[in-house]
Design a protein around this ligand. Sequence first.
Ligand SMILES: [Zn+2]
Length: 285
Amino acid sequence: MLSDLNWKRSNVRGEAQCSRCSRTLLAGQNSIQIDRSRVCIKCWDEVRADPTKSVKEYKLEFRIGNGSPTRRSSSNGRSGGSRRPAPSLQPTLSTYDAALLVGNALDRAVSGGSAQLFPAGDLPFFEPGFDNLVIGRAGVTVVGSKAYSSAVQIEAPVSWSSTSIPTNVLSNGRNMRALVELAIEQRTALEALIAAAKFKFEVPVAAALCFESVVGIDRTPVRDSMGVRIDTVENIAAFATRRGPVFDKEIEPVVDYLRQLAEAPLKPLAATPEPPSPGHPPASD
Ligand SMILES: [Zn+2]
């Protein structure tokens, strides 16, 4: 994993060369030092785009020490003491506790304003860890709290303004991109429900993921991956309750609609329920 690689960001002191592309690195230029070699930022971004590679694979790609582990004790032997112990990958809060904590924070954020908090638990697309919807002037935002208590680091591997290349959402070196994909699924399902309601006003739909702490590394101040907002709960609350095209009086009809769906999720949308036709047993296959 990337976190196992002995790397640091450092400016070049004297002139040096990128070990991968042989580009000249001038004194003072930003570069990445790996062991005693240097690589340019471009190569670094290209190679680290997949943070799941082993140290050996990284070194091969960076052309450092011909990829063979030199003077490294085997993993079952005594370690040289240079490797930091791997921090726990598990969030410290359960999905349930994180949802409560985030729900409470959102609740405080909407109190006194026009926005409303809605529990997603009974909606047809509900996924544990995406327990809260905020309905406000900016529309409907589904807020994820899954893995909330893992600190995350956000990296954009290639182009950080891209909407098609997902950023890396790293927690202790593990990529949590799957979580972003889950949030996108939630947003898509919510969009379909809102579209089916045929409101006569625009209701934007957004998805957000809350974390206890979020850091973007230097030149990538990314707080967004594939349109999914990633931030602390305070910032997500501000995001979900920001100004938007929805008027205050239009918020209640959206909440009502979602409430109806939550109470009778199987009922056809906005249609009179048909009585079950007699004489036809339910189809089975
Ligand atoms: Zn290079």
